[in-house]
Design a protein around this ligand. Structure first.
Ligand code: FE2
Ligand code: FE2
Length: 275
């Protein structure tokens, strides 16, 4: 079985469906205003799934890496489940965005519309000046970091809420995000070994780490929730860096180069959330 097939089988065993949650019994009385802003903000960012898929279509040679291409399409489906469930909850709770975080205090539809109209995939590619996000090594690195930060974010949100329903939903989602991180992270070394230009591959991995920005920072319209609210603790940020250090440990020189790079040390300032 190849890595995609192993993932698929694991996902079939551990995965969830939207209807596994009891939507008729949402403990609304336990959902705080802050929880609501978390639900809306994550729902808005997860709404951009077609953009996130498009970022992969712009990766050179992806069509030749069938196993990875298969994974990316499955991953997109799992992200749609997050998007659908969060939006459904935001709609049921009739959440209005706090003006502290958005250009206007509006209901979800207004922000979803901004997301869908964005040219995210172009903006994402432009965010790495060396075009590292058009390479397999660069995109794997981007997604490995982004999924890890997102998983940690959902875990922290779970600790903050008193709602059983929100806990259950965010637990399903955060487990998925860890699974996504694990697949992308392990793929970095696998595709390094397959690469016929290892020096360039490492350069792309390095640049992808240094230029990393979470999706909410890439959108042309600002979705400031993740900037205004410090959700991840210093310990979480340290854990993210240590985990990524372990992922890249197959090549000592890249870890060393990253540790001495000031902008990578500051990665913790850029990792507030999403997808
Ligand atoms: Fe994910
Ligand atoms: Fe997600």
């Amino acid at each position: 079985m190849n890595e995609f097939e192993k993932y698929y089988e694991m996902s079939e065993k551990t995965g969830w469906r939207v209807n596994d949650l009891n939507w008729d019994k949402i403990d609304k009385q336990n959902i705080s205003d802050f929880d609501k802003q978390i639900i809306l903000a994550t729902s808005v960012i997860e709404h951009g799934v077609p953009h996130y898929t498009e970022t992969w279509t712009k990766v050179r040679g992806i069509e030749k890496e069938w196993e990875l291409w298969q994974f990316v399409t499955l991953w997109a489906g799992e992200e749609h489940r997050h998007s659908f469930a969060l939006k459904k909850l935001a709609d049921i709770l009739d959440i209005q965005g706090n003006e502290k975080y958005y250009d206007k205090a509006e209901k979800g539809e207004y922000y979803y519309d901004q997301i869908s109209k964005s040219h995210f995939s172009d903006l994402q590619k432009e965010s790495c000046v060396s075009d590292c996000y058009s390479s397999i090594g660069g995109m794997l690195t981007y997604t490995a970091i982004q999924e890890l930060v997102t998983a940690k974010f959902y875990q922290t949100a779970i600790k903050k809420t008193k709602s059983k329903f929100v806990t259950e939903l965010l637990s399903y989602i955060s487990k998925d995000e860890f699974k996504h991180h694990a697949f992308y992270a392990q793929a970095i070394k696998r595709y390094y070994e397959k690469s016929d230009n290892k020096e360039q591959y490492l350069e792309d991995v390095y640049n992808a780490s240094v230029h990393f920005n979470m999706p909410h920072m890439i959108y042309d319209k600002k979705f400031d929730f993740f900037e205004e609210e410090v959700i991840l603790t210093k310990m979480d940020q340290l854990e993210i860096k240590l985990r990524m250090g372990k992922v890249l440990a197959f090549n000592k020189s890249i870890v060393k180069k990253l540790l001495t790079n000031k902008s990578y040390s500051d990665v913790s300032d850029k990792v507030a959330l999403a997808s």
